[in-house]
Design a protein around this ligand. Structure first.
Ligand code: ADP
Ligand code: MG
Length: 320
């Protein structure tokens, strides 16, 4: 199958058709109609085989995850996703692989009504770049720089599960059978917190998605806001799987510094806690309050006994 047949078979026709796509795949560029009065939010992320996902990852999961990491960035801005483009670099033309990849991609695209509107297909080592676009009402985007001393710090869902999934897949961690599928799913097919991000517009003072580990990503909020924070380790939300493996993985470290969780970390003024309670019932993932912003620069991690805890690293850095 050549390049054009691949595009035709898997990307030209697709399950999502939005009214605001005037011209989608098939011309030299897409023509799109953003809603009046809204601001456009644009993000892009690349996944490289062997760097961002293990080479053994099933193609369905690669497709899902490539879109998920981008939707997670839109979620962190409080944006409602609408469109995306796909730049696919493949070692060879393998219709079975591309079909399964497209299946994972479209499963997530359908869940959030986002449409693929263009892309590029090339040959080379497996790599996927997606650019995703969404909307926010004027000036409503959630930024990193809005945290203020006294704000509470929250995270959605649970932390560290993708890190445990990775250690399991790499044969570094013995995981009880009952937890294996769940941890693999967290690693391979994370659920971007899109609806949570939208609901946090007007409530959160700052927001980021946890892609590089909580300590690093909360650190970005603090740096951008010119503030510091204290986080209580005992309040970090952990899954039953993590709790069961707590000793085997060396305690808090994975939850604090492993990437790939794609939860949201956000801050809000204490007087908006009622507003958060008002939306919390809609979201099964839960919002855990883990600490507070203060004026002393830096991030302090407080152990259950009150002593300060030193994390070993601040998360993943490609060029370190
Ligand atoms: P051009 O030579 O103008 O770049 P291409 O032959 O690369 O055109 O692409 C033809 C059409 O197919 C374009 O509309 C392009 O957006 C779309 N396309 C190519 N690759 C992909 C892909 N991986 N996913 C979605 N659309 C794609
Ligand atoms: Mg092209």
């Amino acid at each position: 199958m050549n390049e054009f047949e691949l595009i035709d078979r898997f990307f030209a026709s697709q399950p999502i058709a939005r009214d605001d796509v005037i011209v989608g795949i098939g011309d030299d560029a897409a023509v799109l109609a953003p809603p009046a009065g809204q601001q456009l939010v644009v993000t892009t992320d690349t996944l490289v085989a062997g760097v961002h996902f293990p080479e053994s990852t099933p193609p369905h999961s690669v497709g899902w995850k490539a879109l998920a990491v981008n939707l997670s960035d839109l979620a962190a801005m409080g944006a409602t996703p609408a469109w995306f483009t796909l730049n696919l670099t493949l070692p060879q033309s393998d219709p079975a692989w591309v079909g399964a990849f497209a299946g994972g991609l479209y499963a997530l695209a359908q869940a959030h009504r986002v449409q693929l509107v263009g892309g590029d297909t090339t040959q080379g080592p497996l790599s996927i770049t997606i650019t995703a676009c969404g909307f926010v009402p004027a000036s409503a985007a959630l930024l990193r720089r809005g945290a203020r001393p006294g704000d509470r710090i929250y995270v959605t869902g649970t932390l560290g599960d993708a890190g445990l999934g990775l250690r399991y897949v790499q044969g570094q961690l013995d995981v009880p059978a009952a937890f294996r599928d769940q941890l693999r799913k967290c690693l391979d097919e994370p659920a971007p917190r899109v609806r949570e991000g939208e609901a946090l517009r007007g409530i959160a003072s700052a927001c980021i998605d946890v892609s590089d580990g909580l300590a690093a990503d909360l650190g970005h909020i603090l740096d951008a806001s010119g503030a510091g924070a204290t986080v209580d380790l005992g309040r970090l939300p952990l899954s039953d799987a993590y709790k069961a493996l707590w000793h085997a993985v060396g305690g808090w470290q994975v939850a604090l510094t492993n990437g790939d969780d794609y939860e949201l970390c956000f801050t809000l003024p204490a007087d908006r806690a009622d507003a958060l309670d008002g939306i919390a019932a809609r979201f099964a993932c839960g919002f855990a309050c883990i600490g507070e912003v203060d004026a002393t620069p830096g991030l302090r991690l407080r152990s259950v006994d009150g002593s300060l805890y030193q994390a070993e690293t601040r998360g993943y850095d490609h060029f370190r």
